[in-house]
Design a protein around this ligand. Structure first.
Ligand code: GCO
Length: 483
């Protein structure tokens, strides 16, 4: 788990040490960046179904693991739920109007599997399909590219009851669902993302037990990682079979892993966690094999539940790669046991000197450049889209109703400068999506952390007000450069 995951899960920072002197991969020398973006660069914003839609039991929608998990006492801050959230299911027209006001040309949203197949299998629910049909048509009419993510963590509860992601059958169920979506919307949607942050949800949901469904079982986690990798290959081919013109990618959360000190133990822990976090999903999908040096070679197949032929099944020549970047990860060796024989990669998270967002995440724009350069060594010439980047700042409206969030502007500006430098140095990034269009349900943190370019008044009919950062970002999108 990265430190950012630890914080957003609400777990205490046990064992983290305060380290004064830290390794930096490069000096923070981004001064005098022109901040220009290539012609045709796509500016957008992102959301996810459970975090914004609400309407949790309408129009035939089935129960997801998050619908269930939020009801368990003590799991979510303030007992919040996504039952209503931003009510985007009914107010998507308002969201599209916001995207237009912000001059954005790409909208990354996710599809709730349980609206399409309420129990995760079987025929499609017409009213669920109709919703994404309406959303897609309205986006296209507004001149905005729809970029759906098929899976943003809301597994149908019935599939969890049958074993969830540790059960390899779930990969085939995912492919059926992908096929339904490709056949329904493939005539209008060209770009598709399969999964959001495979690393985050497998670790947090099955190993650390802090995200739905809340299991704490390291072996189940390892099996889940393999099923998700199989689902990439199967889902990729299901979409291509539905419509060979579709451009299919997936979204990975990445973060530079920096050893907390120069000690050999910390360096080894950072290296192992880097493989397990940054490479464990994208490498098998692109190459058919797992990064070496995480699991013992002799027991890896058994630990993952690998069967013969899986190397071919999980392989997919992705058309593009989505990357989410928020912060760096400082890794210190841990004495804790992972709970799996041979899996030695537990780590503690060290707190560095960087300024923090309101969520406590380190602000480290240089890491954006560094991790893009590094991931390009894996993804090659494939186009990259930044599918998320942003910061939680919890500014409230002032007496005149305006939201002044200068720190979000500073965060975005610094990160966009870093991104433009990576592009100038040859990383083929074609799009950027800010997380998020709206303040929304931030998982274990409920509504307490606000990431939006738009303020949402959850006590007053989900009223939306564009923040100062939103108006600033609109200027950046219009000018195609950092202003
Ligand atoms: C993710 C998810 C988002 C989060 C955001 C802030 O990247 O974890 O895509 O759902 O809300 O990252 O934690």
């Amino acid at each position: 788990m990265e430190r950012r995951d630890l914080l957003r899960s609400g777990l205490a920072l046990a064992g983290a040490s305060l380290l004064p002197q830290l390794t930096r991969s490069a000096a923070a020398s981004a001064a005098r960046e022109p901040g220009q973006f290539p012609p045709g660069f796509l500016w957008g914003a992102a959301t996810a179904a459970y975090q914004v839609e609400g309407a949790y039991n309408e129009d035939g929608k089935g129960e997801s693991v998050w619908d269930r998990f939020v009801l368990a006492p003590g799991k979510i801050k303030n007992g919040d739920t996504g039952n209503v959230a931003c009510d985007s299911y009914h107010r998507y027209g308002d969201d599209i109007a916001l995207l237009r006001t912000l001059n954005l040309k790409s909208y990354r949203f996710s599809i709730a599997w349980t609206r399409i197949q309420p129990s995760g299998t079987g025929p499609a629910n017409a009213r669920g399909l109709d919703y994404y049909d309406r959303l897609t048509d309205a986006l296209l009419e507004a001149g905005i590219r729809p970029l759906p993510t098929l899976y943003h963590w809301d597994l149908p509860q019935e599939l969890e009851d049958r074993g969830g992601w540790p059960n390899r059958d779930t990969a085939a169920r995912f492919a059926d669902y992908a096929s339904i979506m490709g056949r329904r919307l493939g005539d209008r949607i060209e770009h598709w993302a399969l999964f959001n942050e495979s690393k985050a949800f497998t670790q947090l949901s099955y190993w650390f037990g802090v995200f739905a469904p809340g299991r704490k079982d390291a072996l189940a986690f390892l099996k889940a990682t393999h099923t998700v990798n199989l689902a990439h290959g199967l889902g990729f081919r299901a979409l291509k079979t539905a419509n060979s013109k579709l451009q299919v990618g997936s979204v990975y959360d990445v973060s530079p892993h920096i050893p907390a000190s120069d000690s050999a133990a910390d360096r080894a822990a950072a290296e192992a966690m880097d493989k397990l976090s940054n490479l464990w999903f994208v490498v098998p999908v692109l190459t058919g094999s797992y990064p070496e040096g995480v699991l013992p070679a002799a027991s890896q197949a058994a630990l993952l539940g690998m069967q013969s032929g899986d190397e071919q099944t999980m392989r997919a020549d992705l058309d593009f790669v989505g990357l989410n970047y928020y912060s760096l990860t400082r890794v210190a060796a841990s004495t804790q046991n992972s709970g799996v024989p041979g899996l030695d990669v537990t780590a503690d998270w060290a707190v560095g000197p960087d300024e923090k967002t309101d969520f406590g995440w380190d602000i480290y724009p240089q890491g954006f450049y560094d991790i893009l350069k590094r991931m390009q060594q894996v993804t090659g010439k494939r186009p990259i889209e930044i599918t998320e980047n942003g910061a939680a700042y919890n500014n409230k409206p002032d007496a005149t109703g305006q939201i002044h969030d200068a720190k979000r502007i500073a965060y975005l500006r610094a990160h966009l400068l870093s991104l433009s430098r990576a592009i100038a140095d040859g990383v083929p990034v074609r799009a950027y999506h800010c997380w998020s269009l709206l303040d929304n349900f931030e998982w274990a943190q409920g509504y307490s952390q606000r990431f939006g370019l738009t303020y949402v008044d959850f006590d007053n009919h989900q009223r939306r007000t564009i923040k100062e950062s939103g108006y600033w970002y609109a200027k950046v999108a219009a000018a195609n450069r950092v202003v």
